[in-house]
Design a protein around this ligand. Structure first.
Ligand code: SAH
Length: 389
């Protein structure tokens, strides 16, 4: 056994062999005498368990990359693992020019996110271990995609927990500030350097297409960001009101509407909670409503308050529906699990006084794989509901 190996407790080893790729600091009995990088992991008896990314400063100390102790984690390894992830996305090419190429642990590439926006890529290197493979990853991505540029949106707060700096950096070629992409026939501009996440909420792509297929009448898109759902709703609905609290996002929404020659969206800067209450008071009604709030539950401690927020939003949205009206509602809070999400909707339905039919439940799309043995890879869930009367 070498001093640069990591030795883990039996609890850590069990978690690992049952399919979870993380080992916490508290389950390490011998820390590797090595800087951040890739290390050999062994159980208490010295048996090799495979290879993991090592983050000396993080609570998530080890992240499995390969369970085969004979593997060599070199450039060819990164190339082949990335090729597999990118290959899985091939069916999306005909629907959209923006989608996720790598969803971290969901693709066996821990703490690495890669999003494609047309001919450009935005990456996030979210651990000290993955940082050390930056050159191998960039080289493989350029080779596999032929992209014109790669931008690192390494401004995510989780980097602080890894002892890493937070910055936005060009890693390859050139990358424009804004890129126009196509999604199920709708065009939108994503702001890669300044937009939320890596520029757009790619995880809702298939839900936007779903909602577009059933939209009608007067429609409301709450938490619209740059008009994402609204642009799709506008194709079938008579009129769409898009509400967001961010003036910058709404400006891009107006730009996006013009880009699509869409004239039936009104962009409104408002707090969604206040907007709903005001609409209820004036007696406004809608045939289609989308509720796609930010993650209210940032951690377990804020869950109870978050559930109240989700419940209020959905209760008000249900009350605003015409008989037969449709509500698509989502939550991207990891801590609000699927059962809790359904409980919340049941409570909102009961309090709304409306009889709501559950028409469908949605999980993450193909490009955001949620592994059932790794709950942390899943966060987004949605429901399509219909007001019976
Ligand atoms: N529906 C969007 C994503 C929404 S993300 C899409 O599919 O792309 C959440 C959005 O909610 C952000 O744009 C943020 O500006 C907005 N937001 C956050 N709090 C808000 C509030 N209280 N009222 C209205 N908008 C809010």
């Amino acid at each position: 056994m070498s001093g640069s190996d990591a030795v883990v407790s039996s609890r850590g080893a069990l978690r690992w062999t049952e399919g979870h790729p993380w080992i916490f600091k508290s389950d390490i009995t011998q820390s590797p005498a090595a800087p951040a990088g890739c290390v050999n992991v062994r159980d208490a008896r010295g048996r090799p368990l495979g290879w993991a990314l090592w983050s000396p400063a993080s609570e998530i100390a080890l992240r499995r990359v390969d369970a085969d102790p004979a593997a060599r984690i070199d450039s060819a390894w990164w190339h082949s693992r990335l090729a597999r992830a990118i290959g899985r996305r091939a069916p999306l090419e005909s629907d959209a020019t923006a989608f996720r190429l790598v969803h971290a642990e969901g693709d066996g590439l821990p703490s690495l996110v890669v999003d494609r926006y047309d001919r450009w890529l935005v990456v996030q290197l979210l651990s000290a271990g993955i940082e050390t493979f930056r050159d191998d990853i960039v080289g493989a991505l350029v080779d596999l995609t032929g992209c014109e540029g790669i931008l690192a949106r390494n401004d995510a707060s989780v980097r602080s927990r890894e002892g890493l700096s937070r910055d936005v950096e060009l890693l390859h070629g050139t990358v424009p500030d804004e890129v126009t992409v196509i999604e199920h026939g709708v065009r939108y501009v994503a702001a890669l350097r300044t937009g939320q996440k890596t520029g757009a909420f790619l995880d809702q792509r298939e839900n936007r297409a779903l909602v577009a297929s059933v939209a009608r009448g007067r429609a409301l898109d709450l938490f619209s960001y740059h008009g994402s759902f609204a642009l799709h709703l506008a194709r079938r609905a008579d009129q769409v009101i898009a509400v967001d609290s961010s003036a910058a996002a709404l400006d891009r929404g107006r730009q996006n509407a013009a880009l699509n020659g869409t004239a039936n969206i009104t962009f409104t800067e408002a707090d969604a909670f206040e907007f709903l209450r005001a609409e209820l008071q004036t007696g406004a009604r809608y045939q289609t409503i989308v509720v796609d709030p930010p993650a209210f539950a940032k951690n377990r401690a804020s869950l109870a308050g978050a559930v109240r927020g989700y419940r209020d939003l959905n209760l008000h949205a249900m009350r605003l529906l015409e008989p037969g009206g449709l509500l698509f509602t989502a939550s991207c809070s990891y801590h609000l699990t699927k059962p809790l999400f359904l409980d919340m909707l049941r409570d909102a339905g009961a309090a709304s006084g409306r009889r709501m039919i559950l028409r469908g439940l949605t999980v993450q799309p193909l490009d955001h794989p949620e592994l059932i043995t790794i709950p942390e890879t899943g966060y987004l869930k949605g429901a399509l509901l219909e007001a019976l009367d």
